[in-house]
Design a protein around this ligand. Sequence first.
Ligand code: ATP
Ligand code: MG
Length: 354
Amino acid sequence: MTSYLRLTDVSKIYGTVTALSKIDLTAEKGEFVTFLGPSGSGKTTTLMIVAGFEKATTGDVMIDGRSISAMAPHERNIGIVFQNYGLFPHKTARENVYFPLQMRGQAKAQGLRKAAEMLDLVGLKDLGDRYPKEMSGGQQQRVALARALVFEPSLLLLDEPLGALDKNLREQMQIEIKRIQRALGVTTVFVTHDQSEAMSMSDRIVVFDKGRIEQAATPLDIYHRPQTKFVAGFVGESNLVEATVTDAAAGKADAAELGQCDYKPDAALKNGQAVTLLIRPEHIKLSRQPLEGRKNVRIKVDTIVNYGDNALLMGHTEKRTLRCRVLGADIVIIKEGDECHLSWLPDAVVPIAG
Ligand SMILES: Nc1ncnc2c1ncn2[C@@H]1O[C@H](COP(=O)(O)OP(=O)(O)OP(=O)(O)O)[C@@H](O)[C@H]1O
Ligand SMILES: [Mg+2]
């Protein structure tokens, strides 16, 4: 099947800096794909190459089976929203949204009507006559979104569009953007370095690190079946334990720091292979005494951080620290400085090759 958006072998080299090395990625029509990765990992560079503001050093970008690499940005029919809105200060919200239609030669009366409809869709029905400085950050971002969508782009690109907003507004806008994206069915690439934003909004997450793609998969696969140690550590909280497979058929590994650990058998692993075992803190149970049928580790509690509905507990064995998350009520039995047991089931242990 041909994907709607396809990047093949895309590299970007700035002098001595390799910003992107041989990226392959796809997005299906109507899909919401998020680029997630640390600062400098190549997310914006990739977006700029798709938009046409940067030229790839190697490789090709295709939309709907046609190469767009030789096209100028304005020929690509792509809507873009940046963190700093980029609105025209001397135009009203409605005129800002009309602008792309004006550029495309659409008649004013019809164009302004379309702009008003778009403002309605983003929840700004009554603010069409306001100037950007008369609007809040969240409202300005909605105008920018309306402006990027008004000309029915073949692709919507959003680069950290919520970065300047406070937490509550950010969460509200996450839901809004998803709603609008679904309503229009527009294929969307969203850039963030906020993993919870990526988890909650995306059909698929592409994890970047150092100009390479570490993994591209659904949010749940990224969380529960990370393919690299980097992904396991970057997305969600984790305990990562180095180990060597001792019985691949039965799912047994030996970890220098924790002794024998059972994991869910994985046919791809071989005896003697080095693995990293991922154990999510919420899959670990806390108890005074060891619990039967589970891997138990005795720890001394260093820190308890209470969040109300849950608590994070950090403790150490002789050889390493471990963290676990427990529901609020369970934590009252334990104090900092106490000794207790952490335990988990083999199914909670995800082996990552390499
Ligand atoms: N014009 C440029 N000249 C030289 N190097 C550049 C240029 N633009 C980007 N880079 C480098 O390319 C790499 C990738 O940058 P990019 O902006 O794509 O990262 P990012 O993942 O978007 O990061 P952030 O989360 O901080 O926005 C970085 O090392 C950056 O310094
Ligand atoms: Mg960036």
